[in-house]
Design a protein around this ligand. Structure first.
Ligand code: IMP
Length: 437
């Protein structure tokens, strides 16, 4: 956000995650006071590069990398204390200090080691039907939250409460692990001691995050809400069941941060100039292997959390338009434009066909046979864009492609990213307004 920008904004992914939100949040939060996450957990992997260093964040909002910014982990998140502490260690070692500016919601749920074990057991057992989760225990933790047997940060930092909760839930977890998945059981006493020790380390940062955000807002602080994953991985609106277990769209900020959604001034959607997805599930615009390999290598398309190769394909306008509408996106940031620099032509899926019927949105379920795609083809620009710093510096076919995305979605284009470094970002002084096609 800049000085003249609205007080609050959110940044969300408009595809299947990995759109490059981490870098964009890092750039935007230069002009804000606090950054808050509202959903997800260590399944996210946000990569931020500057000054020759690369930082990969899983739980911490990207804003933590900017000195003086407050970073808030909202109650809608599922927090793995061990991962969080390791992440904090890594950034402390890189000389970034977080004392007094990191805040963890007392109502966020805790990912326990048994959640990770259950995630692994279920995925292994599902064989070919697996979701392809990140194995970070996300689904099992959200299940417990919905079933009202989850352990929250408030309990993690209170040893007596933690013991009482673990005593209630662990026998069932151990039975499941042993009988369904042949996995070892957890010892109550050992688990309690380990988790209580982690809780003690996190305790100084634990707050009522909703109250904190309300106070910041009333004092005029500029707040950025940082989404994880993407709109097409939303548990309700995404490609179910190949989705994550949280709501990834901005509506989740209300419940995931205790912050009224109507106080959010701008919703910024991040869209990659092509599409990727990790894990199983429908991907209508997936590219054939040779092109997918090329995009993967040029774009470094390997999961920041799991290292898995990402599936790659062309931009899917039908899916994007739906995500933009549902998430209420006002403006778009287009990332990884430079990855397309060498291509002779660029294709976009603009709709699907089932027999004679045109379908212009992702259906509720995808049968085995993928839908036929209606394509639009753009000329490539075949020039490096990584050094472009103004929109006018981009080759004309590249500008046309970007302008078309804006027009087709009805969104203003706010920024264009042409490389992984903070510096490789074109911020449009006057956002490129959409002109209908
Ligand atoms: P889970 O969130 O680990 O349960 O994984 C469910 C699905 O969401 C899998 O297809 C994952 O690959 C995908 N997923 C989860 N987090 C991310 C992310 O940050 N980026 C991209 N895909 C993700």
């Amino acid at each position: 956000m800049s000085r003249s920008a609205p007080q609050t904004a959110c940044v969300i992914g408009t595809q299947w995650g990995d759109e490059g939100k981490g870098k964009i949040v890092d750039v935007l939060c230069e002009g804000c006071d606090a950054v808050a996450r509202f959903q997800g957990g260590a399944n996210a992997g946000h990569t931020v590069k500057f000054g020759g260093e690369t930082h990969v964040l899983h739980l911490l909002p990207s804003g933590i990398l900017r000195p003086g910014k407050q970073a808030i982990l909202g109650n809608g998140m599922v927090i793995d204390p061990e991962t969080l502490l390791a992440e904090l260690d890594a950034i402390h070692q890189a000389g970034i200090h977080t004392e007094g500016r990191l805040f963890i919601s007392d109502r966020a749920h805790v990912v326990m080691p048994y959640h990770r074990a259950l995630d692994k057991g279920r995925e292994e057992r599902a064989g070919a039907d697996k979701i392809g989760t990140t194995l970070r225990g996300i689904g099992p933790c959200y299940e417990d939250k919905a079933a009202r047997r989850g352990i929250r940060v408030a309990e993690l930092i209170d040893p007596a409460a933690l013991k009482a909760w673990l005593s209630r839930v662990l026998p069932e977890k151990n039975a499941l692990l042993a009988h369904c998945y042949g996995a070892p059981a957890f010892d109550l006493e050992t688990l309690w001691r380990e988790q209580a020790a982690l809780g003690a380390k996190l305790k100084p940062a634990v707050v009522n995050a909703g109250e904190l955000l309300a106070g910041l807002y009333r004092r005029g602080a500029r707040i950025l809400f940082e989404g994880a994953q993407g709109a097409l991985l939303d548990i309700d609106l995404g490609t179910y069941p190949y989705v994550t277990s949280s709501n990834t769209c901005p509506s989740a900020i209300g419940t995931g941060c205790g912050f009224p959604v109507r106080r959010i001034d701008e919703t910024i959607g991040v869209v990659k100039a092509y599409t990727t997805r990790v894990g199983a599930g429908p991907f209508p615009s997936e590219a054939p292997p040779a092109l997918a390999d090329l995009l993967r290598e040029r774009g470094g398309e390997y999961g920041a959390t799991t290292g898995r190769p990402r599936r790659c394909g062309w931009l899917d306008m039908a899916a994007l338009a739906r995500a933009v509408w549902t998430a209420g996106v006002d403006s778009l940031v287009i990332t990884k434009v430079d990855v397309l620099d060498t291509l002779p032509e660029i294709k976009v899926a603009v709709g699907y066909r089932r027999g004679a019927d045109r379908v212009d949105h992702l259906p509720a379920s995808f049968p085995e046979e993928p839908p036929a795609i209606e394509w639009k083809t753009f000329p490539g620009w075949r020039r490096p864009t990584g050094d472009c710093r103004r929109f006018e510096d981009l080759p004309a076919p590249c500008r046309d492609y970007i302008a078309w995305i804006g027009a087709a979605t009805g969104c203003a284009i706010r920024m264009v990213s042409v490389g992984p470094d903070r510096a490789q970002t074109i911020v449009l002084d006057r956002p490129l307004r959409a002109t209908p096609p």
